[in-house]
Write a protein that binds this ligand. Sequence first.
Ligand code: SF4
Length: 289
Amino acid sequence: MEPNAEAHEARIPDAEAAVPMASGGVASTPELQWSTPTQPVERIERLHAAAQSRPSGGDGRQFAADHRSAPVKSAAHDSAQRPSARTGLDQDASGERARRIATLAWDDLEADIRECRACVLCERRSQPVPGVGDRRARWMLVGEGPGAEEDLRGEPFVGQAGRLLDNMLGSIGLKRGDDVYIANAVKCRPPHNRTPEAGEVAACLPYLERQIDLVQPRLLVALGRPAAQALLGSEVRIGAARGKLFAHRGIPVVVTYHPAYLLRNPQDKGKAWEDLCFARHCMQASPSA
Ligand code: SF4
């Protein structure tokens, strides 16, 4: 989708100067070009070292060294307790629904999503967009919500933002559908591509949680602020969260910009590339990678 500017962190600290991008010609238009700078390896190493030396306290969600044995409180856990005023479900019904969704296998999960009317986003969708990719992937990318083209085609990240995402993945040796699963925080298109509201994200969170449970990724990459907030269960500023390792129920989470934001702000592609390199480094450093 094309999230509005408020949904993403546009105020980047000057100290986080972008790495200049070389022209690689990997895409047909300048907006979609995504090529590989050569120099930020030291910076990636430094970011990773900083993340590892950072205490796991603070907001309680940054990655602990022994993350499998010390899972942090999850957004899913929070979701059963969040206000559900905008979902049309009372607290008990929301909890019961979340527990039911948490038992669904893939086919039943996708069927449930297609029938879902748990929030107002059902009213103007063409179709829900559950997710796409390798169901046993080590990498799971989470975006914001379907845009117009996704709404019509039923697949996340198609159109220009999707092609840029594919180029971003390619720059670190990944390919859509091959060890990569892609989903959104909300499965139905918000009208006029507005940012999904907190209640809508909360209503849809059981689906994302179940997708994460089924995929069991080694690493989650949050694309943009709504996705990061859904996974981390707290306010997130992308500019402040980049280069840090968080956790969602024990799974490491890296935060970066949404491709639609990068289409509007190509000067930040270098930062996103750094974030992906950081993610790749974290994956490689994972004891279970
Ligand atoms: S956005 Fe999610 S919770 Fe809302 S109607 Fe669509 S599938 Fe259901």
